[in-house]
Design a protein around this ligand. Structure first.
Ligand SMILES: [Zn+2]
Length: 203
């Protein structure tokens, strides 16, 4: 009936049960015979014997008896009428009005753990960011080298000075490294990034 999904996590059960209209609570448990008087409700006090009604319920969810001087909210009223502790009264209202109470107070240990997890997540994001920057840089340099080498090979420029087989072998390896960096496999990406040749461009 009363959805608790929009309630912040820190909200406790006493705040949750305030969602329930106090008039509904009083009627549900037959606590008093309420009569509307303007925006207020009035009844004979359920906490002390009286003939003339001096028990008032206000639109803000509060109540006060001008006969015996008692006052409070719906939890206080249910607690006093049924002789319960406030927490027991709040639980009863929550249960009977279908309020989900799944947010127990957060322990110190849970807070510490959540904070630690947040720090670790931030570190991971930072490492990932640095990793991606290095990967971009390595791809840039490797692509440039391979392009330049291929252009030179096409033009026949290096033939006189370099061992062609060695150059082709090197280009093959650089293309392999590019393939590793472009792959979705983190192990292959790391393998390429930690290659000594790649490392020297990243320093
Ligand atoms: Zn009273």
């Amino acid at each position: 009936m009363y959805a608790a999904s929009s309630v912040p996590q820190s909200t406790n059960i006493f705040q949750l049960v305030k969602q329930v209209n106090i008039v509904d609570v009083i009627n549900h448990y037959n606590i008093a015979q309420l009569h509307q008087r303007g925006r207020r409700w009035v009844a004979r006090c359920p906490l002390h014997g009286e003939k003339e009604p001096s028990f008032y319920v206000f639109p803000d969810g509060g109540w006060r008896c001008f006969g015996c001087g008692e006052y409070g909210d719906s939890t206080d009223l249910v607690a006093k009428v049924f002789g319960l502790r406030p927490i027991e009264a709040a639980r009863m209202i929550a249960r009977d009005f279908g309020i989900e109470v799944n947010n127990k107070p957060i322990s110190l240990e849970a807070r510490r753990k959540a904070r630690q997890q947040a720090i670790e997540a931030a570190k991971k994001r930072e490492i990932k960011q640095i990793f991606n920057q290095k990967r971009e840089r390595a791809l840039e340099v490797l692509s440039l080298i391979v392009r330049t080498t291929n252009r030179a090979l096409a033009a026949g420029g290096y033939k006189a000075h370099y061992d062609l087989a060695e150059l082709l072998h090197k280009t093959d390896y650089q293309e392999y490294l590019i393939g590793c960096l472009l792959s979705n496999n983190p192990d292959l990406q790391l393998l390429a990034l930690t290659d000594p040749e790649v490392q020297q461009w990243l320093e």
